[in-house]
Ligand binder design. Sequence first.
Ligand code: GLU
Length: 474
Amino acid sequence: MTVKTRFAPSPTGYLHVGGARTALYSWLYAKSQGGEFVLRIEDTDLERNSQEAVDAIMEGMEWLGLEWNEGPYFQTQRFDRYNEMVDRLLAEDKAYKCYASKELLDEVRAEQEANKEMARYDANHPKIKAVNEAAKDGDPCVIRFRNPTEGSVVFDDQIRGRIEISNSQMDDLIIRRTDGSPTYNFCVVVDDWDMEITHVIRGEDHINNTPRQINIYEALGAPVPTFAHCAMILGDDGAKLSKRHGAVSVMQYRDMGYLPTALNNYLVRLGWSHGDQEIFSREEMIEFFTLNAISKSASAFNTDKLLWLNNHYIKTSEPEYVAKHLQWHLDQQGINKDNGPAITEVITLVGERCNTLVELAEQIRYFYEDFAEFEAGAAKKHLRGVAKEPLEAALAKVEAIQEWTTENLHQMIADVCAELEIGMGKIGMPLRVAVTGGGQSPSVDAVMQLIGQERCVARIKMALAFIAEREANA
Ligand code: GLU
């Protein structure tokens, strides 16, 4: 049997990192088994759902590279099918009409609480029975599923182990409301059955639904899938991860300059492990992923680790890949990569110094744009009178360089040092500030090579003018 998993978000907002991890696990499990992955949008809550949220979820999934083989299916387009199945259960007496009003149910509940009984719907309560017997066809009613009264539901959760719930703990679930709309737990079962889902991987917050859903599968004569319920993700203070802890939307991570590979790697390790390995290529994740290595306990989100992974991926990924994701940030920061050296070469040179793509974009502006001013602190320290002679010497040599290579630039700096009998520091830093505008950059010869000769000449002249003006004002 082909393994088939699904991700079934309710479109109430953006794709949350918790949802993304569930989606990733479902996707990975399908891939690891040579199976298929379905996207289903659980959009029956018309008041809380929106098209923007559907778009945001799909955007997040696409950005993470969690492509689906089927779907997206929309529950709102399947009402006829759910109703057909409700009618079938009714006809088979596995479901029944219940006419009890909300007031009556509240009254019964209050009575049960007063008697210290478990508050639950009880079809055999004399008052409820009386109402149901007196009702006429056409009176407003809900449809309830006839939950078995004896025995228990047992399932082997792939993460949490064997779970057993007595049927006496469950009441007769409403499967169709008075307004004719089918309810959530019922739709999920019909969907998972129709979509031939073999493994339901979802958040632990759904674990209480599972025994109820299993009873419905059985009533429908549908095969019961295998279940795996993932523990929660916590913030650094131990509370369930929420907006209060900072970014929770996947696309916010894009905005903050993370690579999807880094976020995927981070999410896969957040509650799953394979020995002590930390870095996983996509192929390795697929190869090693198993459900039973997912942790039962909640995991805490750790931004420092995510930053470390992001730096790793910026440093080690193909520069073309980094460039593809950097483009969005260049656009955000108004940097035109056509006005300078090949972006891939700049990434190779500067990438390893950056933890995020936002930082990377910020740090490479000088390759693509001239600046009107030097960074105040760096200029104060390094563009002083003593730098005049070394910079003049460098300028003459830079103008004369025939072949604009890093080696020749390296030699140029060595020659300035030798001629003026100065140490490297006396020319290296002033030159860096002159050509980059600031005090921090990779090796200055490599930086100059990429900036280009014409720009370097102009910038050294600008630095000399700055020094002259400073001296004049002193
Ligand atoms: N729609 C549910 C949610 O967004 C998921 C239900 C399921 O996976 O069965 O939490």
